[in-house]
Ligand binder design. Structure first.
Ligand SMILES: Nc1ncnc2c1ncn2[C@@H]1O[C@H](COP(=O)(O)OP(=O)(O)OP(=O)(O)O)[C@@H](O)[C@H]1O
Ligand SMILES: [Mg+2]
Length: 362
């Protein structure tokens, strides 16, 4: 092989693929735009921050909404905006990356505090943040099973410092799954962020395109927005990734770019699931007639085969609805012999499941 010729060829190709990109940062999922697309649901959240800043009385919040509906972006944006305007301390952490009370507090204190007791950490946190402080806990349902009582919620809501807590989650049952005593000390209001409609997704794409691209076609944005809303539960991440692939030529058409983006995102999502949820998906796949009860039986059977403790039926249903909020499955009511029953379908390519399942369970 002629290395020089090959390199020259690849560089020219790469140059062409990226020529349309003015600012690649806008395709990073963690990017917070200067001006996100406004949404009315921000108002009660802003009001709660305002009231806390003025009176010191916290109104804790639980912000729910399906995957990719803009929860993280909204709160990170408000953090940036309101910190200065309201003079509040606003802390943010994602429980995916800091999944115990200990790790979260160490993150807020900005230190590795191995060997310190939790009690000491509470003391240090209160000393460090004596004033009005909002703590945003993103993906709060990912706090580890090793911290079953989610002690941080207890600590923050009971502290004499009257901290305000904002929990984000895509699990609609988050509050009902919390321990009653935590729920009653939190006294949180829940807010639900609706999925964007196709017009809003298109506007978000147009904002990204204007910030990050030299040229684009409005009709492509409309097509991407329509596909995203119809086929993914309006996950804006898929839309943004599709736009990226569409301009860099991964996939010949918008449709192919969309499929590519969806596959990438599904792989991340399925790979992040815990073992029991992965077993549930596998059970769906293995069950011929996918009535929920049948799937449950096959899930129990499968758990025995791989030596995992299985969920109770109620937990199983909760986890199915969690995976529905992730856009992985769909529960549909159907009528069988005059009574209603639910069936489950998988919303993604089964090959992805096959591969990840084998990696995990052999
Ligand atoms: N109003 C908006 N304006 C501009 N971009 C947006 C808006 N809402 C969402 N986005 C973008 O869509 C993507 C998904 O949003 P985000 O990460 O906030 O979703 P999420 O609800 O936190 O999802 P998850 O439940 O998976 O954590 C991000 O890249 C975000 O920047
Ligand atoms: Mg998020």
């Amino acid at each position: 092989m002629d290395v020089d010729a090959y390199l020259a060829h690849r560089m020219a190709a790469l140059h062409e693929e990226t020529a349309q990109i003015k600012d690649p940062r806008v395709f990073d999922f963690a990017y917070v735009p200067e001006q996100p697309l406004p949404r009315d649901e921000a108002k009660p959240i802003i009001d709660a921050f305002l009231k806390y800043a003025q009176t010191g009385v916290p109104q804790n919040l639980v912000v729910l909404g399906s995957r990719g509906c803009g929860k993280t972006l909204l709160l990170r944006y408000l953090q940036r905006l309101l910190r200065e305007r309201l003079g509040l301390e606003i802390l943010y952490a994602n429980c995916r990356n800091h999944n115990t009370t200990f790790k979260l507090l160490a993150e807020f204190l900005g230190a590795s505090l191995r060997g310190t007791s939790l009690q000491e950490l509470y003391g240090r946190f209160e000393a460090r943040f004596p004033g009005r402080t909002v703590v945003i806990l993103d993906e709060v349902d990912l706090i580890s099973k090793k911290d079953p009582n989610k002690d941080i919620l207890y600590f923050l809501s009971r502290s004499e410092r009257a901290y305000m807590v904002v929990c984000l989650s895509n699990n609609p049952r988050l509050l009902s799954e919390l321990d009653t005593s935590i729920r009653s000390s939190l006294q949180a209001d829940s807010l639900y962020l609706k999925n964007y409609d196709a017009r809003q997704v298109q506007e978000i794409l147009a904002l990204r395109a204007a910030a990050g691209l030299h040229a684009w076609r409005e009709e492509d944005l409309a097509r991407i927005a329509a596909l995203t809303v119809q086929r993914t539960n309006a996950d804006v991440r898929v839309a943004i990734k599709t736009l990226f692939y569409a301009v860099t030529g991964e996939g010949k058409s918008v449709q192919e770019a969309f499929e590519h983006a969806q596959r990438d995102i599904t792989i991340d999502l399925v790979a992040d699931l815990n073992d029991r949820n992965l077993l549930i998906l596998r059970a769906v796949q293995r069950t011929k007639e996918r009535f929920v009860k049948r799937v449950f039986q096959s899930y129990e059977q499968l758990s025995r085969e791989v030596g995992e403790a299985s969920f109770s039926y109620v937990y199983f249903l909760n986890n199915l609805s969690y995976m529905q909020s992730l856009g992985l499955v769909l529960l549909v009511q159907t009528k069988v012999n005059r009574s209603y029953t639910s069936t489950v379908s998988l919303l993604f390519n089964e090959q992805v499941l096959e591969t990840i399942y084998r990696l995990r369970f052999g």
